[in-house]
Ligand binder design. Structure first.
Ligand code: S3P
Length: 436
């Protein structure tokens, strides 16, 4: 049922909280433990629509995945060649990560598959994966406009390749890595800018062999994967909404426990610090191959900046909420070299700029970026275009707006952050839900 929320200004958000599990690591734990040998437990799996789409797909591929009373899951890995042909299409819903990573994995199987997605996912570019997978010898066919549905026909063998990444994308990299587990010989992937390395980390954690020397990633498919328990940290990309909410409101202090702090995911925090944010990490420790810690945030006076290019890849999902930070900061914030934002769940440059204009915040759009003039955010009704991060970003803007902000089409928030609205309500936001 279509759903919308209205947030009344309250200017305070406080508490000690935790956020749901990391989306990227949750997908990888389901994928990699399905093709490892033996049983393992996943604790902290993100039960969002995106990750549940991946989970259901592996069930249809014959993997036993059971939920325990304590909320953890047992997954019984089938080994690299133990997946079974599905009797239906593999439905990735709204999830680009499921579609792109699973395409790589499915190219290595001895059976055919067809991957489908919802309207938004079916309009997103897929040539970026079919092209390198095709170079490996895969028989992968896209639909017209180079989008899903994706048909994969089995081939006798896949070949290792050396591939220089044309786009900074962990999904493309991971898709190639998963296919390369089914080749003989080493595959090399060269990145211009390092992107999140959760696939590499988890493969090594499960006994595989991937090396990274100066952004050249070498996958040696000889070692087979062996199941091990996985603990999933809180998602920094979800934490960012709460962090920015705290920074832009008055006399607020928030602690977020156990958040994943992989350095290839903390670009958004670095950008906020350059804008003047008071953010501290504590209790740093390892969670298997990943780093976690607690984040302390206090209300801060933010100023506009020119966002350094080096942080874009490691902040790629945080721009909708960073634009809200920029809208409330003093002065101008300039982002360039971020054309990829146009190919996310919505065109995040143009959808954010339209929403900001409704809130009386002026911005100029570039092909690959945006310039935002900070000011006073006014009340508005915002179309989130079904994009979870746009909806959450404007809900947070409602904390400090002059008048209420109503956000339309909020159903997709459960794509990445189930429980978001009730959490922010508990933290002091004045928020109400309407079914329409
Ligand atoms: C992801 C990679 C990023 C990110 C997405 C999750 C992943 O996409 O935006 O939300 O889990 O690998 P790109 O690879 O398209 O940058």
């Amino acid at each position: 049922m279509p759903e919308q929320y209205t947030v009344d200004p309250s200017n305070n958000i406080s508490g000690t909280i935790s956020v749901p599990g990391d989306k990227s690591i949750s997908h990888r734990s389901l994928i990699l433990l399905s093709i490892s040998s033996g049983e393992a437990k996943i604790s902290g799996l993100l039960e969002s629509d995106d990750c549940l789409a991946t989970l259901k797909i592996f069930r249809t591929l014959g993997v036993s995945i059971k939920k325990n009373i304590d909320g953890s899951y047992y997954i019984n890995g089938k080994g690299a060649y133990g997946l079974k042909e599905a009797s239906s299409d593999l439905n990735c819903g709204n999830s680009g990560t499921s579609m792109r990573l699973l395409s790589g994995l499915m190219c290595g199987q001895k059976f055919a598959s067809r991957l489908i997605g919802d309207r938004s996912l079916s309009s997103r570019p897929m040539k970026r994966i079919s092209s390198p997978l095709g170079m490996m010898g895969a028989n992968i066919k896209l639909s017209k406009n180079d989008t899903a549905p994706i048909n994969i026909i089995p081939v006798k063998k896949l070949m290792p390749i050396e591939y220089k990444m044309p786009i900074d994308s962990a999904q493309i990299k991971s898709s190639i890595i998963l296919a390369s587990l089914y080749t003989k010989g080493k595959t090399n992937i060269i990145e211009n800018v390092a992107t999140r390395d959760h696939t590499e980390n988890m493969i090594n954690y499960l006994g595989g062999s991937i090396e990274n020397t100066n952004n050249k990633i070498t996958i040696n498919p000889e070692n087979k994967l062996v199941s091990r328990d996985v603990d999933i940290p809180g998602d920094i990309s979800s934490a960012m909404f709460i962090i920015v909410g705290c920074l832009i409101s008055e006399k607020s202090e928030v602690i977020i426990k156990n958040v994943g702090l992989n350095i290839l995911r903390t670009g958004g925090i670095e950008i906020l610090k350059l804008m003047g944010a008071e953010i501290e990490f504590s209790n740093l420790k390892n969670y298997g191959p990943e780093k976690v810690g607690d984040i302390l945030v206090r209300s801060s006076k933010l100023k506009g900046i020119e966002i350094p290019r080096k942080y874009i890849a490691s902040a790629i999902d945080e721009f909708p909420i960073l634009f809200i930070a920029a809208a409330s900061a003093s002065g101008k914030t300039i982002l360039k070299n971020a054309e990829e934002l146009r190919y996310k769940e919505s065109d995040r440059l143009s959808v954010m700029s339209k929403g900001l204009l409704k809130c009386n915040i002026n911005s100029s759009l570039y092909d690959d970026g945006i310039e935002i003039n900070g000011g006073k955010i006014s009340g508005a009704t915002i179309n989130s275009y079904g994009d979870h991060r746009i909806a959450m970003a404007f809900a947070i803007a409602g904390l400090i707006s002059k008048d209420p902000i109503t956000i339309l089409n909020t159903e997709n928030v459960s794509t990445s952050f189930p429980g978001f609205f009730s959490l922010i309500k508990d933290m002091g936001l004045k928020i109400k839900r309407e079914n329409i």
